[in-house]
Write a protein that binds this ligand. Structure first.
Ligand SMILES: [Fe+2]
Length: 202
């Protein structure tokens, strides 16, 4: 019988390491994907292994906290990579997305501004995320500190931007705003539209 392995694994990127240049360099993308993302996966797997054995109460508590952090890191990075596409390959904002943006933010320009400001103002390490709440049919921009603080449980994320320094430091040093401006040139609008379509059942 083919049993499913109960460990998390690092998937390949949906594009080549140099394909996001000049916005994200090959060196930066390799470090981010192969080192940082892999480290969260390895840590989550090792915690899961420990949890299956004997542990003291205190150790269990720390393990649960660390699992939330590392698993959050894995899930968010897994959402982040397909959010991007090589320059010129990500298309334009789709119909579903555009009509929601108009309803909830007034215009694409306003949405872009709010999302960018949200990303710039993350204190320390974190993420800017766009979620869709199917219960109220609304797009919501949220901040996620580290990988898991302020993350609304079960609110599906359709677009996410990593603003940890490890995401941009090699290319942009401390200029997070320049990295964010570059991000808009490599958004994969096809992926955003697909995610939204799945949630809206169209
Ligand atoms: Fe990251």
């Amino acid at each position: 019988m083919n049993e499913k392995k109960s460990v998390y694994t690092l998937l390949d990127l949906p594009y080549g390491y140099s394909e996001l240049e000049p916005i994200i360099s090959e060196e930066q993308l390799r470090v981010h994907h192969d080192k940082h993302h892999r480290a969260y996966i390895n840590a989550a797997n090792s915690i899961l292994e420990k949890l299956s054995g004997e542990m003291r109460e205190e150790e269990k508590k720390n393990a649960a906290r660390d699992l939330s952090f590392n698993l959050g890191g894995h899930i968010l990075h897994s959402l982040f990579w397909p959010t991007m596409a090589p320059p010129g390959k990500g298309g334009e904002p789709g119909e579903l997305f555009s009509s929601l943006v108009k309803k909830d933010f007034g215009s694409f320009h306003k949405f872009k501004d709010i999302f960018s400001q949200n990303a710039i103002s993350v204190q320390g390490s974190g993420w800017s995320a766009l979620s869709y709440d199917p219960n109220i049919g609304k797009l919501l921009i949220t901040q996620i500190e580290k990988h898991n603080v302020n993350l609304y449980p079960v609110l599906p994320i359709i677009m996410v931007l990593d603003v940890w320094e490890h995401a941009y430091y090699l290319d942009y040093q401390n200029k997070r705003g320049d990295f964010i401006e570059g991000f808009w040139k490599i958004v994969n609008w096809y992926e955003i539209e697909n995610r939204l379509g799945l949630l809206k059942g169209v």
